[in-house]
Design a protein around this ligand. Structure first.
Ligand SMILES: [Fe+2]
Ligand SMILES: [Fe+2]
Length: 161
């Protein structure tokens, strides 16, 4: 694999692990706020990010590339409300979509068809991830600060498998 492509994929492994770390911090803060269902959803999200990192690691290996792990930064630890927190998650997913699209453009530039096809999964995945985050932000915006409806959102998110 081209060195530029390999470096970029290693960079994406770091982005995915960083996402995992951010979502673990968000889950911990949701637990702290007393929203166990939302925390459960966010912990599932963190697990998905680990799966993304592993998927890229597997691809790099299949292409005879060397996986390089870089440092992960300290995540934000507290948020004022679930709405603010989920808005942060949405913004982060939008950032990740940007990084995925950059990888696709690089694969095209380098005429690396196999990597471009591999990345298709992540392009579609980001559409779903942003949609899921939008749906929760919308719900939280509607319910505002009323405890009853917030509990409903919490039990809805607790159902995530
Ligand atoms: Fe991801
Ligand atoms: Fe994600």
């Amino acid at each position: 694999m081209n060195k530029k492509m390999l470096d970029a994929l290693n960079g994406q492994i770091n982005e995915e692990l960083n996402s995992m770390y951010i979502y673990m911090a968000m889950a911990a803060d949701l637990d702290e706020m007393g929203w166990g269902g939302m925390a459960h959803w966010m912990r599932k999200q963190a697990q998905e990010e680990l799966a993304h990192a592993l998927k890229i690691q597997g691809y790099v290996k299949d292409r005879q590339g060397r996986v390089v792990f870089k440092a992960i930064g300290e995540p934000q630890l507290t948020w004022n409300t679930p709405l603010e927190l989920f808005k942060g998650a949405l913004a982060h997913e939008q950032h990740i979509t940007g990084t995925v699209h950059k990888l696709v453009k690089l694969a095209r530039e380098l005429d690396d068809i196999a990597t471009e096809v591999f990345l298709n999964y992540f392009v579609s995945e980001q559409v779903e991830e942003e949609d899921a985050a939008h749906e929760i932000v919308d719900a939280l915006e509607k319910v505002g600060n009323s405890a009853g409806p917030l509990y409903q959102v919490d039990s809805w998110l607790r159902k995530r498998e």
